[in-house]
Design a protein around this ligand. Sequence first.
Ligand SMILES: [Zn+2]
Length: 407
Amino acid sequence: MKKTLIGPFSQLLTLANIPLKGAIEDEALLVIENAGILVSDGKISGIGKFDDLKSEDVQIEHVHGKSVCIPGLIDAHTHICFAGSRANDYALRNSGKSYLEIAKAGGGIWDTVTKTRRATQAELVDGIIERAQNHLKSGTTTIEIKSGYGLSVDEELKMLYAIKEASSKIETDLISTCLAAHMKPKDWKGSASTYLDEISSKLFPILKSEKLTNRIDAFIEESAFSSLEIAPYFRKARAMGFSITVHADQFSTGGSETAVHYNAVSADHLEASTQKEIELLAKSNTIAVALPGASLGLGCDFTPARKILDAGGALAIASDHNPGSAPMGDLLSQAAILGTFEKLSNAEVLAGITFRAAAALELSDRGTLEKGKVADFISFPTDDYQEITYHQGQLKPNGVWKNGVKQ
Ligand SMILES: [Zn+2]
């Protein structure tokens, strides 16, 4: 099979050879001018100057005009399998009601649970595909999607089957995560611990046998589960070989310490993290995931991204796209805005939505543009990479390649 040479790109950022952890200056970015990418069988087989990569046995796919190429974006935290809208919650919040007040009054997550339970699997599949296709146009080629609006064995299964089915129908890679521990369902008569027992004993084995996910998430918070309640759940998950990820320190601390204790791949949110939690995370293998979309949706503080990086932590940035706290779902806009509030370099913003996000999903085959990696890359109509964050998400990709094929 002939190789395809795609280019020339005015600039190409490989994002390669940058450490997983810590602050990054823009000088660390490898920028290749008049660059090309050789693709064969969906993988990158060469990167360099466009003219150097030309040869008789390659076919050329020309890129016209100004173009800056970077790896396809990776959104490491979303909840885009859901039914219904929470526009009313949004209005209530903006009229002064708090997230916890709305949750306690029967709104919040439970409202989406009710609507998602009423939806058929086919309806959920359609919703996922529509959202993922929109994200693909904006440059996101890999998306993590959580369950967590089913909150019973059967309803969580419906969500995870929907994610699996959607994945088979679209080009975007969908990485599923079981978030049955999103909150204790309001119709569960027993304690939080008995609910978690039910899920871990009945649902976990099916996740394995049906290959529905290898990732277990839990929301550790006043409105959800305590670190104490979640301990046996995580121990069981670990013993069965699942990777762990945690909704941590969103409104109060405790979650990130539990995440580090269980060697979670990521601790996500962290808006309430103090220096103690930041240092704990920085010393660990757990990747900190900032979710600026939730801060924008709720009108609250951003994750202390600058402090996390300066302490030596690994920082990914994800959209948290969900119908309640983060309805916008625009990863690039949110990452760029986080950059302005937290004073992040271009390199730190781009790393957070490419290879550091890949690490949060334990994907070693993507996130940088290097020989052997998946040929997922996007281009923007400019000749200066600094324009990407400068336009705060309004400069949209003019080319998206998934597995080397232009979408
Ligand atoms: Zn979330």
